[in-house]
Design a protein around this ligand. Structure first.
Ligand code: SF4
Length: 494
């Protein structure tokens, strides 16, 4: 559950939450399998394009230009949406946005809404606010449905239930679907096809009944007032077209000036997120059209800390983010700690730089987030809009050390320096000796390769604590050194 500031209520700071999460071997296995699969597919999809570097640079330039002239483009967007028959509302923070949406739903006389997956509505805790007002909000994205039925929290931007495996999902469906609507079929198995069919049947009822849809948007085109949602399941298309009233809550940074600009992101986003050449569903709508789709359209433009972020010359690059989640899938910290440890709907590297800027660094958890990184730079390498996440992390660390929150809330947070560990220092000394004696290193590698089947999955003695929270990497049958000697580096398939 999120509070209206977007913080997961009651969450401890990152080090404590991560400390607990890395001990969960099922979570680690689920995350490792999922992130490695997605990252490999993404790398192949990106490698297909000769002009990837140019597209990435174009995306960065478009976003930077738009953010520099944000006021101009927002006014243009408002005029375009209004001219097309929509109504624009401005929300300074989460509470105001929730009040606006609650009022708009009440005015329809309805007590339930269907939702398209939307980070902005999670950020403001809209579902909880609607529930307090007696309005039921039904998530229709498959992963969001799993999270909602499981009374859980999302742990990934794109795959919110990435921490769940198929068996867990089957159990959630079998136990919970009946109390939300159509029950799961008798004898439901954990095969993907059966799980998808159960979700489809459960959701279809809701789509056909709903009079109000709530969405976010991936992009808003200022020149025509068009909103864009990309998705893979078709649930978004249903929510955006079937209800009589559509309410879209969108962060002000999601704007692009023209359709020509949009073209760049429609190439980079699908390849970076789901490793697809294009999204299976790209829905666009401009105001309202008589006799076609929702007859009433409201756009709620959300600030909620974004203009504060824009004022920071280094940190503002976080507003370029198109929420592809590529940075999560390559992050060694995210892979081990999981998304819940970040205490926000924005986990991983982007969460570590976005949440402390949107919310300020006054709380212990927000002050700890800039440290949730090894600064390896993998996130920057894959980011399709070239956000230099390590640069922003270091900048935010400075901010925390120099006096706690300097943005919005003014409280100081004191960080304790980490203590050295004797065993770690001994291990580092041993590593230094080995790496400065190539003969010993080569002999050790060969011995390790020959005995690889006998290697234990956990270390004995003092090493046990280390392997309790980590999976030992498998030793390859042939070391790189031996492969190079054998092939001279010519045969990459050998
Ligand atoms: S920071 Fe970059 S890589 Fe991460 S989600 Fe945003 S756009 Fe994608």
């Amino acid at each position: 559950m999120t509070g209206t500031s977007g913080t997961f209520v009651g969450m401890p700071a990152f080090p404590k939450a991560a400390h607990d999460a890395v001990r969960d071997t099922t979570l680690r296995a689920n995350l490792k399998h999922a992130t490695h699969t997605i990252r490999d597919k993404r790398a192949r999809a990106v490698a297909e394009l000769d002009d990837w570097a140019a597209l990435r640079d174009a995306g960065k330039q478009i976003k930077d230009h738009t953010l520099r002239h944000l006021e101009h483009y927002l006014v243009q967007l408002e005029e375009s949406v209004t001219a097309a028959g929509g109504t624009v509302h401005w929300a300074a923070d989460a509470d105001e946005a929730n009040r606006i949406v609650t009022r708009l739903v009440r005015e329809t006389g309805e007590s339930e809404v269907v939702k398209v997956k939307s980070m902005a509505t999670q950020e403001i805790g809209l579902n909880e606010a609607l529930e307090e007002a007696g309005i039921s909000a039904y998530e229709t994205d498959l992963a969001e449905l799993i999270v909602q039925l499981g009374k859980d929290r999302p742990s990934h931007i794109l795959v919110p239930a990435i921490h769940r495996n198929r068996g867990e999902i089957r159990d959630i469906f079998a136990k919970e679907m009946a109390s939300w609507g159509r029950p799961a079929p008798e004898g439901l198995s954990d095969t993907p096809a059966e799980l998808a069919e159960a979700a489809r049947l459960h959701l279809r009822e809701k789509f056909l009944r709903a009079k109000v849809g709530v969405s976010g948007a991936n992009f808003m085109v200022a020149e025509t007032g068009t909103l864009v949602v990309v998705e893979s399941e078709g649930n978004g298309r249903m929510c955006l077209t079937l209800p009589e009233t559509l309410i879209s809550v969108v962060g002000i940074e999601k704007i692009v000036p023209t359709w020509r600009d949009l073209e760049v992101f429609l190439q980079t986003l699908p390849r970076s997120s789901t490793a697809e050449r294009m999204n299976p569903y790209t829905s666009t709508w401009t105001g309202t059209t008589d006799g076609d789709g929702p007859q009433t359209f409201h756009l709620v433009l959300l600030d909620n800390g974004r203009t504060d972020t824009l004022a920071d010359e280094v940190g503002r690059q976080a507003l370029r983010c198109i929420r592809c989640s590529a940075c999560l899938n390559v992050c060694p910290v995210y892979e081990r700690a999981g998304g819940h440890a970040y205490g926000s709907v924005y986990p991983g590297p982007i969460g570590a730089i976005l949440s402390p800027q949107l919310r300020g660094t006054a709380s212990e958890i927000d002050a700890s987030l800039p440290y949730a990184s090894s600064l390896c730079g993998a996130c920057y390498e894959v980011c399709p809009v070239a956000i230099d996440i390590p640069e922003v992390l270091v900048h935010l660390r400075e901010r925390v050390v120099q006096g706690g929150d300097v943005t919005r809330r003014g409280a100081k947070v004191t960080l304790k320096p980490a203590k050295g560990h004797a065993a770690e220092r001994a291990a580092m000394r041993a590593a230094r000796w080995t790496f400065t004696h190539p003969g010993a290193l080569a002999a050790g590698q060969r011995l390790a390769a020959r005995t690889r089947r006998l290697h234990p999955r956990t270390l004995p003695g003092p090493g046990r604590a280390w392997t309790a929270t980590r999976d030992l990497p498998q030793v390859p049958a042939e070391s790189f050194r031996d492969w190079w000697q054998r092939t001279g580096g010519k045969d990459v398939s050998a």
